[in-house]
Design a protein around this ligand. Sequence first.
Ligand code: EPZ
Length: 423
Amino acid sequence: MAKFLVQRSGPLKGEVTISGSKNAVLPIMAATLLTEEECIIKDVPALRDVDVMCELLGSLGAKVDKNLDENMVSIRADGEIRWEAPFDLVKMMRASILVLGALLLRTGRAVIHLPGGCAIGERPVELHLKGLRALGVRVDEEQLKKGIVDASAEKLTGSTVYLDFPSVGATEVIIMAASMAEGTTVLENAAQEPEIVDLASFLNKMGARIKGAGTGTIKIEGVEKLKGVSHHVIPDRIEAGTFMVSAAITKGRILIKNMVPNHLKAVIAKLKECGVEIEVTDEGVIVDGSKNPIVSTDIKTLPYPGFPTDMQSPFMALLSVAKGPSIVIETVFENRFMHVGEFNRMGANIKTEGKCAIIPGSKHLQGAQVVATDLRAGAAVVLTGLVADGTTEVSQIYHIDRGYEHFAEKLRALGANIMRIEE
Ligand code: EPZ
């Protein structure tokens, strides 16, 4: 198993270029099942999750030409498409559920074995299924009790769907299923994340008629056919936010290229509250943690455009060393404080109570043997390792490989002392 060895570093200096967004490229890759023509996707990050999605699409019958050295993937689903997703792939990546809507439109059926819960929560899909049922999809209730989604529909018909929670995955699955349903679908209380906007722009390029992506109400007029297109994926806002924190926590000054500041308004506002100076320039965003003392602030994670749950653990790394106490409230996932135990092994002395974490701050952290409990928590303990005495040994870093392209290399280029060791 590979590990990271991290030592006190910084202040980080120099420039870093953000890769394409994992959470945009996965639904876009799933959407290529909606046409028999070739789709060429660019700015694809070289990540484990992208590899798994390529394998999944290949196992369903699509021709996948992966060229991640060029950050490109070409997909052509022109053959016989199978409707059962192999469990050994689904259990590696719960985002496999994103093929559900496209598979139903393409083959009239979809069978996906749901993985169990994960470190951050139970991850149910009842909202995805609520939307699909509204479009005329039948779901085998007996199979569902065994954790198997076995859905079928000769035809999908547009309808109005209200999402009890603005689920990102449910919004994406329903948009894809509605794109070629008969008639119009209106999705209320839809997720508004930038990744939804990128999926909608990809589908509209293919010939879909989707309006309102990025707002809470999305209207999809079903069309007969979608064509193959090429598309550049948006930058990964969570990778960008993680590198912003790396400059803040080490009191460094870095230039972040290929990021969209507009996608990170909540994170930028909170970093400024902590005393970080942020300047948007034509070249990129300058993040300067060297000018003022880093002070505490409070965080509450919310669906977009609120503070993103994926930035909660990286930001908590900063709060652990900021001057003064902070409170973090995690409202999106029911169990996303697994990283607190790891921070506490380094001396952060954080207390959690339900959805609340109280961070005393002002801690002088000690290096320790810690575990990446999910991909964002893994990045977070690397960040604390940059400002801890001694060596921090991070294990289970396959989580980090799932969501951060060349993470150690990018940090080392900024002056971080981080080494990857293969055991
Ligand atoms: C997406 O997951 C992202 N993954 C997650 O990023 C991200 O944390 C999450 O959105 C929230 O922003 C991808 O895009 C591949 P949700 P998703 O459905 O779609 C509950 C990362 O680190 N819910 O919006 O699974 C659910 O339990 C990953 O890159 C239901 O209750 O998120 C959770 O508490 C982690 N019923 C909350 O909604 C449902 O039917 C958010 O889930 C669906 C979801």
